[in-house]
Design a protein around this ligand. Sequence first.
Ligand code: HEC
Length: 296
Amino acid sequence: MFGKQSISIKYGLIFFSTLILISAAILVTVQYLKVGMLRNEAQAVASQVVSFRSWVAKSGMVWVDKLSDDFHDFLAETPDGEGKKFYGKNPALATRELSQIANQSSTHATFRVTSDEYRHPDNKPDEFESKAIEMIKQNKKTQFVENTSEGTYRYAQPIFVTKACLKCHGDPEDAPEAVIKKYGAQKAFGYKEGDVRGIISVKLPDITLKDMLPHFANPYTIVYILLAVIINFIFTTQLIKRLKNLTHKAEVIAHGELDTPLEFNSPKHSNDELDHVYNAVNLLRNSMKVVMKRLQ
Ligand code: HEC
């Protein structure tokens, strides 16, 4: 059925299928690009968390002389020598409080540190986080786990146990009294160097197709597509015009008007297939002339 359609219909269909296929290819590329961008952003957030934790860890704990209402948790306390107290915040606690502030503010990236063996109830992993921890534990080479669903991009990267962690996550016998007092001797102990202690988990709003579509409707894209349509249209109409012209001329010649002029480039100087067809018709016409002369 398709084979009997006019060239303009056939070419039109092919042109639009090509356009659709190219658009699909661009959309898929944009999708990959988008995930790459979200991942970069999540990694930037995670590396801030790593830096912050290591800043706290380098001093062991940060000590504050006042507990605000929102952040009254602490691991240890010590007299400040003037009748008041200093309160110690360990890296995990300080990070938890930092993430609470960040997650309440209007920044669109939220993060937290969580573990399958969590000490603090606020650090309990959700479904994605549990799965990510499981995957990372199964293959410690996993650098990150990511997932997009329901308009949210999720990212998780492992936190490994180093020597410095063993004091509070190795043998409970070595642990500071404050840790045992607060969390007991069971939770989150018994780790070895290199073990997966937990993850840094980052959440970002996903960029959906709906968010991206308006960007496709920019003047440059529209002009490029229009130009492509116009160039193709001009080419096919020219081609069809010459084909129709040839058909007409061949019919006139067939009716005996052997001197009808044919305009074409010599095949010696042209690779255009239509010039070759014109030339073939011309040869046929010349042969007809010879035959006619002989007959006369
Ligand atoms: C001074 C003791 C101490 C040291 C050292 C320490 N931690 Fe912790 N860690 C804790 C305490 C206490 C918690 C409880 C969580 C909280 O307060 O939010 C915790 C919690 C965590 C958590 C969050 C999950 C949970 O249990 O709630 C992770 C992950 C973690 N630690 C990783 C590490 C890593 C990795 C190191 C080494 C780089 C380390 N910790 C060193 C005391 C310590």
